[in-house]
Write a protein that binds this ligand. Sequence first.
Ligand code: ADP
Ligand code: MG
Length: 250
Amino acid sequence: MNANQAATEPLVELSHVEKRFGDLHVLKDINLKVAKGDVLVVIGPSGSGKSTMCRTINRLETIDSGDIRIDGHPLPQEGKDLAKLRAEVGMVFQSFNLFANKTILENVTLAPIKVRHMAKKDAEDLAMGLLARVGVDSQASKMPSQLSGGQQQRVAIARALAMHPKVMLFDEPTSALDPEMVNEVLDVMVELAHEDMTMICVTHEMGFARKVANRIVFMADGQILEEGTPDEFFENPQTDRAKDFLSKIL
Ligand code: ADP
Ligand code: MG
């Protein structure tokens, strides 16, 4: 393979992905390629399958048919390889999902020690650096419940980064936050994007989408209806569903 081909090979590729929950057809022929350094923003009405799509990418959900590849490799089914995949694909959820009975520092060092077999001291150095990067290093010895929502979400980002992920998935990371805390989390995401992190972000923060995304995907009813640059999508949506959605949120 020459250098050119390597550069253009997608980091994340979904091909003809189908997913049903019983009778409910939640993902319908999803095809998506995310290149290294892409910041993809996924938007669409509630119930359109955005979270399910994200969850299939680190195999928190299985798929019924189709194919998902990270860096050219099919998703592992189980065991050590699956733990490694989950490390390569960082995920930040709406509800911060920190371990409630562990300190902030332990939340960040846990996976590097368990999965990457890092020495405790090295994991702590790494974690403190990341906590400083997201501006919560002074909280390291506290428990999650002692932090604000915005702080907890920044810890969740640091925890994912500690595994040196190839791609970060954000599923409505600011939706559960009080309004005054939204920007402190978005700022961290903007910084990551500027550092060339590959990101897939489900968000209703249209300011973020316009400023930071290089591609927008619009989903409705389990399908990708539109895909384009922010300018193309926001200035010139093609489908009635997208026009209707935008008229309600902008
Ligand atoms: P979105 O994130 O776009 O709001 P979701 O992916 O959460 O959409 O959900 C898509 C559809 O799948 C919704 O109708 C939702 O109720 C349904 N759904 C999601 N998870 C499950 C599940 N574990 N079991 C059954 N139905 C589910
Ligand atoms: Mg969702």
